[in-house]
Structure formats: C-alpha cells, structure tokens
Design a protein around this ligand. Sequence first.
Ligand SMILES: C[S@@+](CC[C@H](N)C(=O)[O-])C[C@H]1O[C@@H](n2cnc3c(N)ncnc32)[C@H](O)[C@@H]1O
Length: 171
Amino acid sequence: MVRLAAEGGFAGAVLDAGCGTGENALYLASLGWPVLGVDVAETALAIAREKARDRGIRVDFAAADAFQLERLGRRFSTVLDCGLFHTFDGTERPGYVASLASVTGHDGTLYVLCFSDDGPDTGPHPVSQGELRAAFSPSTGWHVAAIEPDRVQTRYHDDGAPAWLATIKRI
Ligand SMILES: C[S@@+](CC[C@H](N)C(=O)[O-])C[C@H]1O[C@@H](n2cnc3c(N)ncnc32)[C@H](O)[C@@H]1O
C-alpha cells in the first residue's frame, strides 16, 4: 500500500473491503484520502476504530458484508482488497465480484492482493493468475490491467507469502 500510494495509485474515495483491524485504511486515510473500511468482524472494527482514535486519524469503519456492498449506497474511485478475495471459493467469487462492481464507478481501480500459487511456501487457498482473470473477466464489468508478483505479510511467514497484486479496472 505504501508503494502503491507513493506511485499515485489512489484517487478519490477509497473502500477497503475486508479491512480487518484497519492498518491499510488507516495508512491511506493518514495521507488524506477519504477512506471507508468495511468488515463483518465487529471485534476487528472495534480495534480499527480504537487505533484511529489513538492515532488521531479521520477514517470511517462500518460493518458490512462484502457480498452486499451495494447496501452502502456509495461509489468509490479506488477499492482495496488485501487478503479477502482469496478466502472465497469459486462459487462465491461471482457474487463478490458483482458486489465490488456495484460500488465502483466507471474507470475506478480495484487492487487485489491475494496469495499466489507461485510457490514455494504458498499461503492457504493460493490463487492462480488464470483464476483472477476468469473472476474479473470483461463480462463481469472488470478488466484486469496487470498482475504482478508480490508478497503478502502474514503472522506465520517470516518474509510474507507469495502473492499476486492485481490491478483491475472497472469498465
Ligand atoms: C485476511 S483478513 C485481511 C484483513 C486486512 N485487509 C489486512 O490486510 O490486514 C480478511 C478479512 O476479511 C474479513 N471478511 C471475511 N469475509 C467477509 C465478508 N463477507 N465481508 C466483509 N469482510 C469479510 C475478515 O473478517 C477479515 O478481517
């Protein structure tokens, strides 16, 4: 996120889908972006709000299901998925992808950072590039602009796990 932000990868209102305890949302909000972090875990949201208070950062956190984002009644220019997509199986992905599309304006950008299948020492539920391209095919309203190898930090890898950073544009 630090690198993406430094490269000018964020614009307008930002949604952090599956924000957990909010580190990414807090970082982006600290740079001045209007950020909403959503999660189904109230305990995680409570921690995220406490961090925001302690750090004096203005950021919104709300309980919301990533499968029903249209209920937010909002549109975002940039959406971030750090570690959420890879938790969904093939039957769940179409609903999630449609939900993301419902809150992302034309030409909006979605970043997906997920465990990759390009080992060694992959995380659980590794995802292939083909699966990403299939999930976000043009018929779903998305265009995969880039998929780059990266690392995702976990609690059980010393130097993170192999990941894909996908940059996906709303058609
Ligand atoms: C691996 S954690 C990633 C947390 C955070 N994005 C990060 O990078 O540290 C995945 C998060 O997705 C949340 N989550 C799982 N299913 C969800 C759903 N249907 N809607 C919203 N959040 C969900 C979990 O509660 C968890 O906080």
